[in-house]
Design a protein around this ligand. Structure first.
Ligand code: F6P
Length: 584
């Protein structure tokens, strides 16, 4: 299916004149060094953007004004604006699944109008948000009690991928924010994602089922890991509190209310969303809003939605040269497709943002790690980036060696002006947060400038050490400063990253909103599951060698030979002993 917003039929972005011009322009850029580019004040002034309360410095990218002009031209020739509009207008830009892509509707103001297939979906969004507010208020104020009459002060959110990473990112970001701390006093929010029973044991460790509410989050309600974890935790609840506990202790977030009901959760206690919200883009829907409102209260989480909405409007309306997601997307594209840097590091100098990189890893890599364009034509270039990251300064003592002297990895530094927590020890040179930020400022310049042999010689470094101590510099980075790390700014940050990923996908002309690449492994796991059951229950109808290669057969057999703790007992559920510890 050729979509109206795609490039001309059969035309790859790499065939556009602007792409060719950028290819040629690489030679010019190869002759420059950031050391010199950073001395050009006019250039620097044009590459620092202050908008929506954020300070963004792109001066340490290996670009000149001409590079930016060529990138804007590429955006024009790729119909970037048309594709952004198509997304906001609810066109089915996820063509392989024939769906609209409207996570922006999940954070729309009540009075906005966003149409999907001829229908304004904003009232639907707010119907669910109002239900979340009512329910979370009831749980938080003790009106909704557990089956034994106790208040539910613990929440375990079961979900994986997009039904986990976004909510975890936001929860981690808010845990130590003073307002959020006040709003969540005496409450606990835990996540259970991995099907590994160790994760179950850790998620439930120390929790009293009488005081625990479980939120099962799955867009499809078929994801194997989530459903096994949901059955496991349901069993944990009912084995202690009886079958009637499910009604009071389990709720669901899903687009598949039929399966929610079949699982045994009353659809009244289910919070819906829609197929036009992709899993990895779903944190602003009930997927994130329900567990986070239970923890922090709906009013605070509304600020998170407002922050994301602020960037949606910015993305939709600002011209390319002042549009943060567009600038970030274009610069990443330049680094990946023209300078050949396949990875990027996301480096927040803020412990609260420690789960930003894992979240963006999914959003970016599941969105843009594609091999064909939107028309199914195999691409002659690679798309997507390998994302990784850790908060500063921890990363400095881990992988920064490689990014300073090994491979070139474009870095994204994120700093905060006003920390969530302040510590100043009398007599120290700077406060603890200032100390952190000293590193934030220093690293970007260390990467850009490096250190030359001449500088080392003048520092009296012995000759034999000079090659080891040279820093080539000229390593690109961008720096973003947020005024604070609050629900609002976390919403902004999330939306900036979501949209810059879309920008890259729109220009590469791929479908950033499907994820067929995750299917094959799931199918093979299911085949192994059949073999595993047959071997463990000793019915031996199917043997490990049936349908597997030599290597896999041998590995499965080796595994089956080993000692396992659980022997598939008949008739009763079995838990690791520690899972029950909290309720002895
Ligand atoms: O919310 P669901 O349907 O359980 O899916 C969980 C995750 O699984 C995937 O489909 C594949 O990993 C993700 O896109 C999604 O976020």
């Amino acid at each position: 299916m050729i979509h109206t917003t795609s490039n001309k039929k059969g035309e790859l972005v790499s065939e556009l004149p602007a792409w060719q011009a950028l290819k040629e322009h690489v030679n010019e850029i190869e002759k420059t060094h950031l050391r010199d580019l950073l001395h050009d004040e006019a250039r620097c002034m044009s590459m620092i953007k202050e908008c929506e309360g954020m300070y963004c410095d792109f001066t340490r990218q290996r670009v000149t004004q001409k590079t930016l002009e060529l990138l804007f031209e590429l955006a024009e020739q790729s119909n970037l604006r048309g594709k952004i509009n198509a997304m906001f207008n609810g066109e089915h830009i996820n063509s392989t699944e024939d769906r609209a892509v409207l996570h922006v509707a999940t954070r729309a103001h009540r009075n906005q109008k966003i149409m999907v297939d001829g229908r304004d979906v904003v009232p639907d969004v707010w119907e669910v948000l109002d239900k979340i507010k009512a329910f979370s208020d009831k749980v938080r104020n003790g009106e909704w009690l557990g089956v034994t009459g106790k208040p539910l002060k613990n929440v375990v959110a079961i979900g994986i991928g997009g039904s986990f990473l976004g909510p975890l990112f936001v929860h981690t970001a808010l845990r130590t924010e003073p307002v959020a701390m006040r709003c969540s006093r005496d409450r606990r929010l835990r996540f259970l994602a991995n099907v590994d029973p160790i994760d179950v044991a850790r998620a439930l460790d120390g929790l009293d089922p009488e005081e625990t509410l479980v939120v099962v989050i799955s867009k499809t309600f078929t994801t194997a890991e989530t459903m096994l974890n949901a059955r496991t935790v349901r069993s944990w609840l009912t084995s202690r509190l009886g079958p009637e506990a499910v009604a009071k202790h389990m709720v669901a977030v899903s687009t598949n209310l039929k399966l929610v009901k079949e699982f045994g959760i009353d659809p009244e206690n289910a919070f819906g969303f829609w197929d036009w919200v992709g899993g990895r883009y779903s944190v602003c829907s009930a997927v994130g809003m329900l567990p986070l409102s239970l923890q922090y209260g709906f009013d605070l989480m509304q600020e998170f939605l407002a922050g994301a909405n602020n960037i949606d409007e910015h993305f939709k309306n600002q011209p390319y040269q002042d549009n943060l997601p567009v600038l970030m997307g274009l610069l990443s594209l330049w680094n990946v497709s023209f300078l050949g840097h396949g990875a990027k590091a996301i480096l927040p100098y803020c412990q609260a943002l420690s789960k930003l990189a894992p979240h963006i890893q999914q959003v970016d890599m599941e969105s843009n790690g594609k091999g064909v364009d939107i028309n199914g034509v195999r691409l002659p270039f690679e798309t997507g980036e390998i994302d990784f990251g850790e908060p500063g300064t921890n990363g400095q003592h881990s992988f920064y060696q490689l990014i300073h002297q090994g491979r070139v990895v474009p870095c994204e530094f994120i700093g905060i002006v006003r920390s969530q927590q302040s510590v100043y020890l009398k007599g120290e040179v700077v406060s603890n947060h200032d100390e952190l930020m000293c590193n934030f400022f220093a690293q970007a310049d260390a990467l850009a400038y490096g250190k030359t042999p001449e500088q080392l010689r003048s520092d009296n470094v012995p000759d034999y050490l000079i090659p080891h101590r040279v820093f080539t510099g000229n390593r690109p980075s961008m720096s973003i400063m947020l005024p604070s790390c609050t629900a609002y700014t976390v919403g902004q940050l999330l939306a900036i990253y979501e949209h810059r990923i879309a920008v890259q996908g729109f220009i590469w002309n791929i479908n950033s909103f499907d994820q067929w690449g995750v299917e094959l492994g799931k199918v093979l796991a299911s085949k192994v599951r059949t073999v595993m059951n047959s071997a463990r229950t000793r019915d031996r109808k199917i043997l490990p060698q049936d349908g597997f290669n030599y290597s896999t057969t041998r590995m499965i057999n080796k595994y089956l030979e080993g000692k396992t703790q659980v022997l598939y007992p008949e008739g009763h559920d079995s838990f690791p002993i520690d899972m029950l510890r909290g309720v002895q």
